[in-house]
Design a protein around this ligand. Structure first.
Ligand SMILES: Cc1ncc(Cn2nnc(CCOP(=O)(O)OP(=O)(O)O)c2C)c(N)n1
Ligand SMILES: [Mg+2]
Length: 561
């Protein structure tokens, strides 16, 4: 026999989790003890459950799977925000919440950390809506089945799951875990469906004159980046990526033609994608944000969609097909058609040369981007926070091996601070640079404390344009103004008696260059560089994108039929 807490710990280790993210509470303390008893698990303590769930989300970006452990209601409700992100961003995060003693509901007790009623299922019911599987471990003999079910679904669907552990159940005895193989059940491609899909797809694609390929964010959760590259080189056409898929395809590849984001595309990707008569979309997600207010969603007649587990194109639908299997099988069969690449090479824009600004001139967004760009190497992972940081980040040309993280589906400002720490825990060999606006930073700033505690040498570029500029460009109002902080002093407050955080406020190119030099040598802690720029010094792309998103938001209600 074993205990439920030990069972959970064993399963977390078996699926590749080395660190779990926690905030303690009296409903989960025994469970936390059981997890800590496993020498292969190390807890990471966050300042609050919102940050904890985002740190786990960031860990899942690096590690492929994550776990966050919180207390009932007061903890889980905040953690739900990061779970929403994990759901939207296709990241398998296991949310484990302590909950009341199993006797209390029957004893008709009122309890703390609840909404003050006699029913305690409300959290589980909420969790069912934002996870792919939710279980409550109310009976020990059911615990192994329920835990394995939740984890199996989470891994197979690449979506978060929920495990609720009543406070008196963590040390309850249950059967020990069976073979982990029974939990690791990746999607199995149906061979007949695959054969039919590839036959129909080859015919359909070869019937078009000038196809292109478009990479989407689900390539990552589908583990299909390599098979996408195979298809790219088999077809030989022009290839673009959606903004949330940046860095999933090598930007130094001769067939790469930029980020396709409608009017705010990079490298004229829109010119070639909209010239094409068929866009083969792999793992793509088309939302109002990723299509610039629906202005760049290709007509269905021009769209071939290979999804996480299904294939859809005009007059055809096939499912039970893993994306990677499909892309590999298509690569084996498709004939080369490089017309779109030839046309793109005719259009290919020469990369603009951004001159260094005068070192003593007031710092501008352009000079800041120029200097950050020079920092990026093959070991860098660049985090771009919601805000003009998206547009600054998307325009950065990435060297081979560099990675890019963005949270465009959920878009929770402040995500990048806790998420980049979780990522750093999951991928300690990566050098992390985070670009975050002043408004976003104020949402989760206290988690810099964890960067100090873990001695993570993360470089934070805090772009202080004195307010919510992205909102200003969508729709301005007094609500877009915020209180300014002394950000450099703020982060050094986390040092107290044993930290190495450094903060710099820069006003010129020379000061920025000096701060970057100091940041690169600060290997024992985070360095925040606050770059103060004019409120209106934002990218033209944000202005244009904001205009179209505002139009999309403002569409009058459809006439009720
Ligand atoms: C949790 C959450 N609350 C509100 C929003 C709406 N929102 N989106 N972007 C913003 C402003 C971002 O401002 P900053 O971080 O300063 O970025 P910039 O646009 O570069 O100034 C808000 C207030 C949001 N995206 N997430
Ligand atoms: Mg701002």
């Amino acid at each position: 026999m074993t205990t439920i807490g030990t069972y959970i710990a064993t399963r977390l280790v078996q699926i590749g989790i080395k660190n779990h993210f926690v905030v303690p509470g009296d409903y989960n303390l025994v469970l936390l003890d059981k997890l800590q008893e496993n020498p292969k698990l190390q807890e990471v303590n966050c300042s609050n459950e919102l940050n904890c769930s985002f740190a786990a989300e960031g860990y899942a970006r690096a590690n492929g799977i994550a776990a966050v452990v919180v207390t009932f209601s007061v903890g889980a409700f905040s953690a739900f925000d990061g779970i929403g992100s994990a759901y939207g961003e296709n990241l398998p995060v296991i949310l484990i919440s302590g909950s009341p003693n199993t006797n209390d509901e029957g004893d008709h007790h009122l309890l703390h950390h609840t909404i003050g009623t006699h029913r305690f299922d409300y959290q589980y019911e909420m969790a069912q809506r934002i996870t792919c599987a939710a279980v409550q471990l109310k009976h020990a003999e059911d615990a192994p089945r329920l835990i394995d079910h939740a984890i199996r679904e989470c891994l197979a669907k690449k979506k978060p799951c929920y495990i609720e552990v009543p406070t008196n159940m963590s040390s309850a005895f249950c059967a020990p875990p069976g073979p982990i193989e029974a939990v690791l059940c990746p999607l199995k491609t149906n061979p007949k469906a695959l054969e039919a899909a590839v036959n129909a797809s080859v015919k359909f694609i070869e019937g078009r004159l000038k196809p292109t390929l478009l990479a989407g964010p689900k390539l990552k959760c589908a583990g299909a980046e390599k098979s996408f590259l195979r298809l790219v080189e088999a077809l030989g056409c022009a290839v673009a990526v959606l903004p949330a898929a940046k860095s999933l395809f090598p930007e130094d590849h001769p067939q790469y033609c930029g980020v396709y984001w409608g009017q705010v595309s990079t490298k004229k990707a829109d010119a070639i994608m909209e010239w094409s008569d068929l866009t083969i979309c792999a793992g793509c997600v088309f939302t109002d944000y990723s299509t610039t207010g629906w202005t760049s969603l290709q007509p269905a007649s021009h769209r071939f969609e290979a999804g996480f587990d299904d294939i859809k194109f005009p007059g055809h639908y096939f499912d039970q097909i893993a994306l990677s299997d499909f892309l590999n099988a298509l690569a084996d069969r498709i004939s080369t058609n490089d017309k779109s690449l030839i046309e793109y090479n005719r259009l290919r824009p020469t990369p603009p040369i951004i001159e260094a600004a005068s070192p003593t001139a007031p710092i501008t967004r352009k000079e800041m981007v120029r200097q950050i760009h020079k920092l990026i190497t093959s070991e860098t992972t660049l985090f771009a926070e919601t805000g003009d940081s998206w547009f600054n980040g998307i325009q950065m040309d990435l060297p081979k091996g560099a990675k890019f993280e963005i949270e465009m589906q959920w878009g929770h400002i402040g995500w990048s601070i806790p998420a980049c720490i979780g990522y750093a825990v999951g991928a300690p060999e990566r050098r992390i640079i985070t670009m975050v606006g002043d408004g976003s930073f104020q949402m989760t700033a206290q988690e810099v404390s964890l960067m100090v505690r873990l001695k993570k040498p993360i470089i934070i570029f805090l772009i202080n344009n004195f307010g919510y500029t992205i909102e200003v460009e969508i729709h301005d109002g007094p609500y877009n103004n915020i209180k300014n902080w002394n950000y450099a002093a703020f982060v050094e407050a986390f040092n107290a008696d044993d930290g190495y955080a450094k903060g710099f406020q820069v006003h010129t190119g020379a000061e920025l260059a000096d701060a970057i030099k100091k940041a690169k040598s600060n290997v024992d802690g985070p360095t925040l560089i606050e770059v103060q720029i004019n409120r209106d010094d934002c990218t033209n792309e944000l202005i244009s994108w904001g205009h179209f998103v505002a139009l999309a938001n403002g569409r009058p209600p459809h006439k009720s039929t």
